[in-house]
Design a protein around this ligand. Structure first.
Ligand code: TRP
Length: 452
């Protein structure tokens, strides 16, 4: 059982630390930037009126994402522990349950995230030989049976190799190299996409404003959910990363940098995906499922591009795999740090045991797409939003001095009062609406699965 005294962790070893401020920021950006930015964002923008969705998403990043991100940072750094003891530290013994929910959510998300990440790795490799004329068939081959399991296990092994290195020597080192590389890669791909004939149709769709969509409640709920998911909120990943911080950091500016980078990468990804899809007239192909659009429609565009398509496609899927790796690392770190703090395990033992457990948990998702979809819906939409809602209530209403804890290391507390106000009154209302949306979507999904 997880048992922890308020005073300190069981193990006598001092807590690990980030090497530099930039390292921490890159690792947090690495967690945030993933399949969500590079793919889910473009897909939602395409479905919901382009710029209208982008503007809403930016707005919700500011009024929901940023406050909750700062709340996670404040709780993590303030307690200097993994989620379960950190929440107990600020909320009392009953709040440990929220910490448990975080850990369970981390397990579940990582389990299926590893499956999708495995597909991206396989696509990056297969693309070297050119994207075939029948991407639907290829996807069926990649996403079923032993092949899907093997690539998922490979990806999990890669994730474990990063996490076992620890905070500064594993996670930070990898993020500091891979995040700037990913950014450069996306800029390159966006520039290349701009040279394609017909790309202007894509920009027109992406950047033109359809005002009617802005006031659509369904679009708002989707945009708020996306802002929240894209910043990796609601399960203690950002909290855990911040628990390895010194007190000298200004958490307000760290949060702004992370949120801005996350939005920037999503926007940039849109500048890659929209022109690509429209240049090849594949827009009608996109509707349907997010997974189909990413793994079937885009490869179709790469195939049409001939030799250049092979290069661009490999780089694109490699970028996705990189984004997925740095996100998966933060998911695994949540459960690993919980076992180190709570059970007194060594990092090596915690990493390999827990990575193996998660990998096993992901096998059903690797073998069955319906199961994967259900895990995503329940953990990725429902649990995350619920966790974020409770966290904002804890920090907004229950914590004794959230402003004092969050503003340590900052020059002024001016913005923090506005932050607390948002956490108390605005964030909970919006998250309740998103939660209701997720709940009905989950019930719908379960109903259709029961029938099928
Ligand atoms: N933010 C990640 C992405 O955009 C996905 C994600 C959601 C996540 N919640 C998370 C990643 C928690 C790590 C931890 O793809």
């Amino acid at each position: 059982m997880f048992r922890l005294e308020r005073e300190g962790p069981l193990s006598a070893a001092p807590r690990e630390r980030w090497n530099s401020r930039a390292g921490f920021v890159m690792a947090a950006v690495g967690s945030a930037v993933g399949l969500g930015n590079m793919w889910r964002f473009s897909y939602l923008a395409a479905e919901h009126g382009g710029a209208a969705f982008v503007v809403l998403y930016l707005g919700f990043t500011l009024i929901v994402g940023l406050p909750v991100l700062l709340a996670e940072f404040a709780v993590g750094r303030g307690a200097g522990r993994s989620p379960i003891p950190a929440l107990e530290h600020f909320g009392g013994a009953r709040w440990r349950w929220l910490g448990w929910l975080f850990v369970v959510t981390g397990f579940l998300i990582l389990a299926y995230y590893g499956v999708i990440a495995g597909w991206t790795l396989r696509y990056a490799l297969a693309g070297l030989g050119g994207f075939g004329a029948n991407p639907g068939e290829f996807f069926a081959e990649v996403s079923t049976g032993g092949a899907a399991v093997a690539w998922q296990l490979g990806f999990m092994a890669l994730t474990a190799c990063v996490v076992v290195g620890g905070i500064s020597k594993g996670i930070e080192r990898v993020a500091v190299i891979l995040m700037p590389a990913l950014f450069v890669l996306l800029v390159f791909l966006a520039l290349y996409a701009a040279t394609l004939e017909g790309s202007s149709l894509g920009y027109r769709q992406y950047l033109n404003m359809n005002f009617a969509e802005i006031f659509d409640r369904e679009v708002m709920v989707q945009a708020a959910g996306q802002a929240f998911f894209s910043l990796s909120l609601g399960m203690g990943a950002m909290l855990t990363f911040a628990s390895y911080l010194d007190r000298g950091h200004d958490l307000k500016s760290e949060s702004v940098i992370v949120a801005a980078s996350d939005f920037g990468v999503a926007f940039l990804a849109g500048l890659v995906v929209f022109p690509l899809i429209f240049a090849f007239g594949l827009q009608a192909d996109v509707s349907g499922s997010t997974v189909g659009a990413l793994f079937i429609t885009l490869p179709r565009a790469f195939a049409e591009m001939g030799a250049a398509g092979s290069v661009v496609g490999v780089l694109f899927f490699l970028g996705l795999a990189v984004g997925a790796l740095t996100s998966a690392v933060s998911l695994l770190e949540v459960v690993v740090s919980s076992a180190i703090d709570g059970l007194g395990w060594s990092r090596v033992r915690a990493t390999f045991v827990l990575a193996a457990v998660t990998a096993a948990l992901g096998i059903p998702a690797a073998l069955d797409l319906d199961w994967l979809g259900l895990m995503d819906q329940v953990a990725g939409n429902l649990f995350l939003v619920f966790g974020g809602l409770l966290l904002s209530l804890l920090v907004g209403w229950r914590m004794a001095d959230p402003i004092g804890v969050a503003s340590e290391g900052a020059n002024s507390t001016a913005w923090f009062a506005a932050w607390r106000w948002l956490l108390r009154f605005v964030v909970p209302i919006i998250l309740v609406l998103v939660l209701l949306g997720s709940l009905s979507a989950t019930l719908e999904l379960v109903a259709t699965m029961g029938v099928g």
